[in-house]
Design a protein around this ligand. Structure first.
Ligand code: 2U9
Length: 333
């Protein structure tokens, strides 16, 4: 190989290397195109090198021509590979830049929960349903007859007083207990009766830590042949066991217009006797008022205040907390 040939071959080799490095360093298609023109264009270095072929021996000329083609092809294939890579990168970048987030941020809907009054009313009602009682409901607006008269309240009974009962302009009243529902039920149903009445009641009370003008009751009524005070005690014992567990209970004599005899029921809870409900045998006058023969049928009844039960079992210190809709309070249940 002649010195001239070696020189031209070395020049071609360094063009190839330089082009290779330049291509590897490009990061845009525009730059790549500039490099194509620079290294493979008509005014590029290879035609220049080939211009020096005149100095070569005729026998060396085809060799340098072949070498020049090899270098051109090598540069071309580097260029193609780089173009493919840059195009792929460009598409990828475009895809990432144009990503459309089609998700929508959700609408926050706070989860509600059962109010402690309703929770307690459900618990009590469910226990009696478990004992075979049926739920009965009635209107909150009542007549004097269903709320007092049929329940054996004397005409001058203090509960009938304007100071104790909410009277409506039309002469009706807001029911002061759910007992009116039992009267309505017995008027349209024959014994045997086993009913449980959960419901809202109203009294013209001055609101304080233990009184609310709106409150809730659950009452029960059983009427059948041969029911005795023992049946009443057994029913209440089973009920209180399910609500409080095995706690001592006691019955104290009391008075209600609609029951005779009547009793208050206390449970021993956290070391103290608490008055929790009232009960008694249905007064014969009440049975007569709905057309039941008191010589054939006897009945027992009991009633309790739902707020009071909730306050005892949840250790709530003021009845008003149950009515002020303070979420810090309500979220505890
Ligand atoms: C009929 C006959 C008898 C329901 C009864 C009680 C005793 C009682 C109070 C508890 C606290 C009301 O919420 S409170 O203030 N109730 O002590 N209730 S016997 O007796 C009836 C009901 C209906 C036809």
């Amino acid at each position: 190989m002649t010195v001239q040939l070696q020189e031209l071959a070395a020049q071609l080799e360094s063009i190839r290397q330089e082009a290779q490095q330049a291509l590897a360093a490009t990061d845009s298609l525009e730059q790549l195109e500039q490099l194509r023109v620079k290294y493979l264009g008509k005014k590029g270095p290879i035609p220049q090198v080939l211009g020096g072929m005149a100095k070569l021996d005729a026998a060396d000329r085809p060799r340098i021509g072949a070498l020049a083609n090899e270098v051109k092809e090598a540069i071309q294939s580097d260029l193609d590979r780089r173009r493919t890579a840059l195009q792929a990168a460009q598409i990828q970048a475009q895809l990432e830049a144009e990503t459309l987030d089609i998700t929508m941020s959700g609408v926050y809907r706070p989860q509600g929960r059962i109010h402690p009054i309703n929770g307690m009313m459900d618990r009590v009602t469910d226990i009696f349903v478990g004992l075979g009682y049926t739920v009965a409901e009635g209107p909150e607006m009542e007549t004097d007859y269903y709320n007092f008269e049929a329940l054996n309240f004397l005409h001058d009974h203090p509960a009938r007083d304007m100071q104790d009962t909410l009277y409506l302009p039309d002469g009706n009243i807001m029911r002061t207990h759910t007992s009116s529902v039992q009267i309505r039920y017995m008027e349209t149903n024959e014994p045997p009766v086993r009913i449980v009445m959960p419901g809202r009641c109203y009294r013209r009370d001055t609101v304080d830590a233990t009184h609310s003008a709106v409150f809730h009751q659950v009452e029960i009524l059983a009427v059948d042949e041969g029911l005795t005070f023992t049946d009443l005690k057994g029913t209440i014992k089973v009920f209180l066991e399910q609500l409080f567990g095995e706690v001592p209970i006691r019955f104290r004599p009391s008075f209600f217009p609609f029951t005779e005899p009547s009793a208050e029921v206390d449970v021993q809870w956290k070391g103290r006797w608490l008055e929790i409900m009232g009960c008694g045998m249905v007064d014969p006058n009440v049975l007569k008022a709905v057309g039941y023969d008191p010589e054939v049928y006897t009945g027992f009844a009991a009633g309790m205040g739902v707020e009071r039960l909730a306050m005892v079992l949840h250790q709530i210190d003021d009845i008003r907390r149950l009515y002020t809709s303070d979420l810090r309070f309500l979220q505890q249940f």
